[in-house]
Write a protein that binds this ligand. Structure first.
Ligand SMILES: Nc1ncnc2c1ncn2[C@@H]1O[C@H](COP(=O)(O)OP(=O)(O)OP(=O)(O)O)[C@@H](O)[C@H]1O
Ligand SMILES: [Mg+2]
Length: 339
């Protein structure tokens, strides 16, 4: 089991990715084709274009991952693939490609939940991390506080009731005149801003409520910018970016550290695309230290979508006996419970 070779495929949104792992934590190769330059001209992901780009690229991305690992399909013990949540057309490309390989080579197939993959990114970066622990998954489509009871059992402790954190970053970035994806560009702009300039409120102030709401703060920023524009006032966009980021980061960090304390696990991890945000990483580490909680976050290359994290999650699913049939289908709204 420890040397099990997994070929993992990820195509849930705008990255076509493949990776080969040995066991659950050793990454032998990682190939990613990002579609960001394609979608940039539209200001966001266009699902139909994403699916077509996955179709064009998946063959060469998988080939690159195998070559980089110095392997052929004959060396592979299991094929892992993201089957949800995500864009259905995009998911179907990966799922069908993986099924084709599994059928042709008679290799076991493992369907992986994309969010379980984001959480597993932490296993690759921290060899000592084992469940149980609490994990904040903050990404383009989700803001979940998850109790990871064991490798394959998850309990949702809190979630956003409207926009995801990454989605709020992207929408606010757009109103500030930044390109897609806005999160990293907004973080850069915020470096030159005063985070105390505007008092934005990121919903559900009570730390006892573990749910989030980011739609109100997004609207507050949009209104501020539009009002200023109508009055012909000049607004320092860096101050707006810094104040917005500060409000979002504070609520994400406070609630997830609170959940980690309440869980009694003594451990908190961070995952998902927004985990690349240095202000969020810093604040979660600061509050965790203060509360006596050990804090983990993935290396930057495993924060946004990649296939290595899917391979890691697949390893633990495989170890618990999971095998999927060739009838495996994409599920765009696959929930994160026992998977
Ligand atoms: N440095 C950063 N600061 C803030 N947000 C960031 C940063 N880097 C990436 N993001 C945000 O992360 C999101 C992308 O993350 P990810 O690739 O995990 O999302 P997704 O796969 O589309 O959604 P999900 O994982 O929920 O299905 C985008 O919203 C992007 O703006
Ligand atoms: Mg993702």
């Amino acid at each position: 089991m420890q040397n099990l070779k997994i070929l993992a495929i990820e195509s849930s949104c705008d990255e076509t990715a493949a990776s080969v792992l040995s066991g659950g934590r050793e990454v032998l190769s990682m190939a990613v084709h990002t579609q960001i330059p394609i979608h940039m001209q539209y200001g966001g992901v266009v699902p139909e274009i994403a699916s077509r780009s996955h179709v064009e690229r998946i063959g060469s991305v998988v080939k690159n991952a195998l070559n980089e690992a110095n392997m052929t399909l004959d060396d592979i013990d299991a094929i892992a693939v993201t089957y949800g949540p995500g864009l259905v057309g995009a998911l179907l490309v990966g799922v069908n490609y993986a099924k084709g390989l599994a059928l042709a080579k008679n290799i076991p197939l493992i369907g992986v939940n994309h969010l379980a993959g984001h959480i597993a990114a932490n296993y690759i970066s921290h060899s000592e991390l084992v469940p149980p622990f609490v994990c904040l998954v903050a990404s383009g489509g989700h803001s979940h506080i998850v109790l990871v009871k064991d490798y394959n059992t998850f309990e949702l402790l809190g979630r956003t009731r409207d926009d995801a954190a990454g989605e709020a970053f992207d929408k606010v970035a757009r109103v500030l005149g930044l390109n897609y994806p806005g999160g990293p560009l907004l973080e850069k702009l915020a470096l030159d801003g005063d985070k105390t300039k505007y008092k934005f409120n990121a919903g559900f102030n009570s730390k006892d409520i573990l749910d989030f709401s980011f739609s109100g703060i997004k609207t507050a920023v949009i209104n501020l910018m539009h009002n200023a524009q109508q009055k012909g006032e000049d607004i320092n966009k860096a101050d707006v970016a810094a104040s917005f980021q500060n409000a979002v980061v504070s609520t994400l960090a406070e609630k997830s550290v609170r959940a980690a304390v309440m869980s009694g696990t003594g451990k908190l991890a961070l995952a998902g695309g927004v985990s690349a945000n240095k202000a969020l990483r810093g604040e979660m580490e600061r509050l965790s230290n203060k509360a006596g909680i050990k804090f983990y976050c993935p290396e930057f290359k495993y924060c946004t979508d990649n296939a290595a994290m899917i391979g890691s999650a697949a390893y633990y699913a495989y170890a618990s006996g999971r095998r999927d049939e060739l009838s495996l289908n994409a599920n765009p709204s696959l929930p994160l419970n026992n998977c």
